[in-house]
Design a protein around this ligand. Structure first.
Ligand SMILES: Cc1cc2nc3c(=O)[nH]c(=O)nc-3n(C[C@H](O)[C@H](O)[C@H](O)COP(=O)(O)OP(=O)(O)OC[C@H]3O[C@@H](n4cnc5c(N)ncnc54)[C@H](O)[C@@H]3O)c2cc1C
Length: 556
């Protein structure tokens, strides 16, 4: 925890040095002592300290300074750090000014110069002031702070990115906390910069205006650039399947890298509670599973580049080469595609402009807390929608699940249906689909088409979470990797037609079980044609594929 600050200001450098020396000798163990030879500079320092979220315990200023006297400085300083104790250093001749300052300008104490010996004339009074300050001191939050508004898609994207990458941060909603004095002070100090939301404030005092995930990634220690250009195994996609392959590959000695577009954990990272994963009888959140897997992979030396996107692949002899979105390339001997699936878009008038401003695809774990006391709509009838409804019901006043069919029985697991039935504030609205979405800057209402009555009902809604199935996004593999008509990647036996190996296959063996039509290029998890769309099966395929990779590498 950073030490609270004692700031002294004096334009006379000898006096400044003397007071700093005395403060440090007596209080250096518990406080950081900062000196400034000008009140203007001292105010700048205070503003920086405010941005860093530091605590200031004491402002000590000489009364006689050109341009701005001590009392004026303390009054200005008080606007930034109102809880700091304020003391003046005065010459005997200024005693009257000091006494009136105590009354008029809320100064806590004045010290006469010279203050020798400090043990009699400085420390006892300062001890008193600092004890008083400590009594109401609450240590400030130390990490990253994000200032923004709930209904801004950019703010949502940034918060979701930080949450999914397990970067702790404090969220300051500048609209909701408009009446909070501390927020007002911070916005004052930021001045015009405060308009460039989202503003990200780092503990080292630096700030990012209109922050986007890629800019923040490096700053918070997420790695987006590979350490070397060649790996035994490169994995595209850091969901359960990719992470499992990385753990098995690296633990068996393969120099391994993962390229992940958003955050390790994949879809599973959005799940509020996975209850069917072996070994966790009470379930675990997807975020927790992802965090554990990342630690495990890193322990075996896996490099994780995130956020970083693969945009193309090619082969050069036995080398498999990935083209990255930032223009760099990574080459490897074995390449694994584990890019899973992405949410299908809901087609409804008005929906696109409200994405991130009340309309969300997927779990929206960052939003769950913000839905306190609100009416939330969940669209879809599969397990992911069920999990989300149960999670939102903990915070929202009411959760309405819209399903096209006449119930959940054919699309959702019974254990989730049972939980939903036991949750009083979840309502299932059957034969219902979204016809239109309304709102200018944020979601206000949705029109629901009721297929049993053919009527459209317009209802108020502040948040709508969409879970209507998912598709692979594999167009960037087209022309090289064989896929089915929906874009899922074909592997192993699915590539064989009438006992014939795939076109252009150069080897004297059939493709391995999880190998594509390009030797040494494998696919696992949800992106693979015919895969079971579950965490455990993704993890299983990711673990098994490493055996085939070893067999492939032994012949390269
Ligand atoms: C809300 C929700 C709840 C779920 N609950 C359960 C459950 O309870 N039990 C269960 O068994 N299953 C559950 N599932 C399904 C399960 O999460 C998936 O089957 C599993 O995550 C698939 O793993 P994967 O690694 O194949 O793909 P994904 O998890 O989809 O991971 C793929 C990763 O690849 C990345 N990626 C994609 N394209 C690129 C690219 N070009 N470059 C770099 N990276 C890229 C993506 O960002 C993503 O992180 C749930 C899914 C969701 C969405």
């Amino acid at each position: 925890m950073p030490k609270p600050i004692l700031l002294s200001v004096d334009d006379d450098s000898d006096v400044l040095r003397a007071i700093e020396r005395d403060l440090r000798s007596q209080y250096g163990a518990d406080y950081r002592v900062i000196g400034s030879d000008s009140p203007e500079r001292a105010l700048d320092i205070l503003k920086q300290l405010k941005v860093r979220n530091d605590s200031v315990a004491l402002l000590l200023a000489d009364q006689r300074m050109p341009r701005m006297n001590g009392v004026e400085f303390l009054q200005e300083g008080m606007r930034i750090f109102p809880d700091a104790k304020r003391a003046l250093l005065t010459a005997y001749a200024d005693t009257n000014a000091a006494i009136s300052a105590i009354n008029e300008a809320n100064i806590n104490y004045f010290f006469m110069k010279p203050w020798d010996p400090p043990a009699d004339n400085l420390f006892p009074q300062l001890d008193d002031l600092l004890d008083d300050w400590r009594a109401s001191y609450r240590p400030a939050f130390e990490g990253i702070r994000v200032l923004g508004t709930r209904w801004s898609p950019q703010c949502y994207e940034l918060r979701d990115f930080l949450a999914r990458n397990h970067v702790p941060y404090q969220w300051v909603d500048v609209e909701l906390s408009a009446n909070d004095l501390e927020t007002k002070r911070l916005l004052d100090v930021l001045g015009p910069d405060a308009a460039s939301l989202p503003v990200v404030l780092f503990p080292d005092g630096t700030k990012l205006l209109k922050g986007v995930p890629a800019e923040i990634a490096n700053k918070v220690g997420l790695r987006t650039r590979a350490q070397t250009t060649f790996y035994d195994l490169a994995i595209i996609g850091g969901g359960p399947a990719g992470l499992a392959a990385a753990v098995y590959g690296a633990s068996e000695g393969l120099h391994t890298v993962i390229v992940e577009r958003e955050a390790p954990g994949g879809q599973a990272g959005m799940s509020s509670r996975i209850e069917n994963y072996l070994g966790f009888p009470t379930g675990l959140s997807g975020g927790d599973l992802a965090r554990r897997a990342v630690v495990q992979a890193q322990r075996f030396g896996v490099e994780i580049l995130s956020p970083q996107e693969a945009v193309g692949i090619r082969t050069e002899g036995s080398y498999r080469i990935i083209k990255l979105a930032d223009g760099n390339e990574i080459s490897c001997h074995a390449l694994l595609v584990a890019t899973g699936v992405q949410w299908r878009r809901l087609e409804a008038p008005g929906i696109d402009k409200l994405q991130g401003a009340g309309v969300y695809y997927g779990g929206g774990s960052t939003e769950a807390l913000s839905c306190k006391g609100e009416i939330v709509y969940v669209i879809g009838g599969a397990n992911s929608a069920g999990q989300a409804a149960i999670n939102f019901a903990k915070y929202a006043e009411r959760v309405v699940v819209l399903v096209r069919g006449d119930g959940l029985a054919s699309t959702m697991s019974q254990y989730l249906i049972d939980q939903i039935q036991q949750t009083l504030n979840i309502q299932i609205w059957t034969h219902a689909s979204v016809a239109e979405v309304h709102g200018e800057k944020r979601l206000k209402e949705i029109s629901v088409l009721c297929s049993d009555t053919s009527k459209v009902e317009r209802v108020p809604a502040s948040a709508m979470f969409i879970f209507i199935g998912a598709m692979p996004t594999t167009d960037w593999l087209a022309g090289m990797v064989e896929r089915d008509e929906r874009g899922f990647v074909l592997t192993g036996p699915d590539l064989m037609h009438g006992g014939e190996r795939p076109k252009g296959w150069p080897l004297e063996r059939d493709p391995f079980l999880l190998e594509t039509n390009v030797p040494g290029l494998f696919a696992v998890g949800d992106v693979r044609h015919g895969s079971v769309k579950r965490v455990a099966s993704g993890v299983g395929e990711g673990s098994v594929v490493v055996q085939f990779i070893h067999q492939y590498l032994s012949k390269v």
